[in-house]
Every structure is written in C-alpha cells, then in structure tokens.
Design a protein around this ligand. Structure first.
Ligand code: XMP
Length: 319
C-alpha cells in the first residue's frame, strides 16, 4: 500500500479497492463512523469496494457538537452508506460519573464505546471484519517511544467473541492525504473541510467531570465560535478550532449583579499532521466579538480566554 511518497489519490483509491476486495471477499465488514473525515473516507472507500456488505455504526455518545448527530446521519444517508445510528448519551455520562482524571475519562469513554459498538456489531449477521479510520498520526502518537502521550481511541480491544480481522486502509496516511482521497471519492467539500474532531469528542474539552449540563454549555459556546469562524470566512483557513470548558469559576457582573460562573477557552491552530501545531493569529476584534456573543448567549459563562500555546509543548486538546 502507500509507501510514504507523494500520494496519487486516484491510484491510491484504485489500489485500495482491489486490496479491500482481496482481503474481505464477500464477507460483511462493520465500521464505526464518527462524523469525522477519516472514518467517512474509510467508509466511502470500503463501500466502493464491497457495497452493502459494509455496515456502518454511528454512536452518539452525547459528546458531539450541537446538532451534529442528526446533521451527520442525514449526510451519510445522502452518501448511500448503510448506517445504523445509536443514541447512547446516558450510558456515556453514567460511565464517566465522578471521573476527573483525563486518561481515566478517555478510557471510560473508549470502553463504553466498545461495549456499545460490540452490542451493535453482534447484531450484524456474518460480520467478519472491522474497518477503522486509523491514520498515521494516531499510530505514531499512541506508541511514541516516550510512552503514551494520550490514548487515542479507535475500536481496538473488542471482546473475545468478536474475532474480527482489521481493515485500516488509511493507516499510513496523513490527514491532508486523507482529504485528497476523500476528494477523489467525491466527498462533499463541506464535509472534506471539516476540522478534525477527537473520538472522545467534547469529553476531552470539558475539563474535569462530564455532566450533561456542562456539555450543553460547551456545545452552545462551540456553536457560537464555529459559526462566527464560518461567517467571517476564517473556518477554512484554520486546521482546527475548539472551545474548552475550564474547571474554574470567575467573578463577573451581568445586569449590574455579581456572577460567579464558568470560563471557556477558545483554541485555533494550524497544523499539517497534528504532530506539531501553531497558534492562529485570530484578529483581536473577532475574538472580542465572539467573547461578547458567548457571554451574552450562553448561560453559565462569564469569561472567555484565548489559548496561545503551540504544540509542543501544549497538545491541541487540553486533555
Ligand atoms: P493532541 O491533543 O494529541 O491532538 O495534540 C492531536 C489531534 O488528534 C485529535 N485527537 C484525537 N482524535 N481520538 C481521535 O480520533 C482521540 O482520542 C483523540 N485525541 C486527540 C485532536 O483533536 C487533534 O486533531
């Protein structure tokens, strides 16, 4: 497969299709869709090779962006993918109850995801293969020689009775190459240009314990930021933007009265492969406007800060 030289997307697609056909034959493949570019491109590629023998499972862990589950599910149907949508927010919040440590939280989200995915996969008759949208930086960062930096979660570690073989056609590609392959497969520009979004979703942007109330605050603030970036024509110039809900309160004044409320941090970075990232110089006027809009519209937030930390030493996500 791809050997690290400049990618020829057309040739990559043609070769990958043949390899997938040879690997899985007439067997059924299950795949976890996340709404992100990687899993979507993986799904399109495999569906091109084996059609309806691909069954996609899209789990709503309650940690997606505002309205994301409904919107993305609709888009997937339009792409002709065979998708089972599973709403499971309650189970994720229950699994994360009381957890503050970021790695324990990632593990709880990952394990719950696997449990739900396994339940759904068992319902798929004759499924023999598991497809994943793993890309090269996921592998590189999870197995760094300096030890695990963050446990990126894919669906690895399924229960013993689900002895699936793995299909990971993008595993040697960087993100920008995945986008080239997606374009070759006719993936919509809006979808292709979506910023990367972590598997554990807003869970790693809501510091300390996850509760539906805190995630709701984050979803609302995130929607204001992302919509403003789109409205100002900035979204497509940025590699990734995020809002993070901090575990601190600060004093403020609203309508002449004292408030003691949450602080959110805005983050916008540029990167090629997520291994390093630089801070985007967003215009100060824009930042102030977004800050005012968040404070006015999002109940429970009275302060907004901008994260000016490059990676390294900071990582892109805060947890
Ligand atoms: P960090 O925070 O490690 O993030 O600098 C690098 C890139 O990876 C995304 N990310 C994840 N993606 N599962 C994913 O699929 C994860 O667990 C995960 N954690 C971080 C992050 O959004 C950034 O693009």
């Amino acid at each position: 497969m791809y050997n690290g030289e400049k990618l020829n997307p057309k040739q990559f697609v043609a070769t990958a299709i043949e390899e997938i056909k040879a690997q899985v034959g007439n067997d059924t493949v299950v795949l976890g869709l996340s709404g992100g570019v990687d899993s979507t491109v993986t799904a399109l590629l495999i569906s091109k090779a084996i059609g309806n023998n691909l069954v996609c499972i899209f789990v709503d862990h309650g940690l997606l962006r505002k309205n994301e589950f409904e919107d993305v599910l609709e888009s997937y149907k339009g792409m002709g993918l065979n998708v089972v949508g599973v709403r499971a927010a309650d189970r994720f919040f229950a699994a994360c109850k009381g957890i503050v440590d970021p790695e324990l939280k990632r593990k709880a989200i990952g394990k719950t995801f696997i449990d739900i995915f396994a339940e759904e996969a068992r319902k798929v008759q004759d499924a023999k293969w598991l497809a994943q949208g793993t890309i090269w930086p996921d592998i590189a960062e999870s197995h760094s020689d300096k030890g695990t930096i963050k446990s990126h979660h894919n669906v690895g570690g399924l229960p013993e009775d689900l002895k699936f073989g793995l299909v990971e056609p993008l595993k040697y590609l960087y993100k920008f190459e995945v986008r080239e392959v997606g374009e070759e497969l006719g993936l919509d520009k809006y979808f292709l240009g979506r910023h990367p979004f972590p598997g554990p979703g807003l869970g790693v942007r809501c510091l300390e314990e996850l509760t539906p109330e805190r995630i709701h605050i984050l979803q609302e603030a995130d929607a204001v930021f992302i919509n403003a970036l789109r409205a100002e024509g900035l979204y497509d110039k940025i590699w990734q933007a995020a809002v993070v809900l901090l575990p601190v309160r600060s004093t403020g004044i609203k309508n002449g009265a004292r408030t003691y409320e949450n602080v959110v941090a805005l983050r916008a970075v540029n990167s090629v492969d997520a291994v390093t990232a630089e801070v985007v110089h967003l215009p100060m006027d824009f930042l102030i406007k977004v800050s005012e809009e968040i404070i006015a519209k999002v109940d429970g937030v009275n302060r907004v800060v901008y994260d000016c930390s490059p990676k390294p030493p900071a990582t892109i996500e805060w947890e």
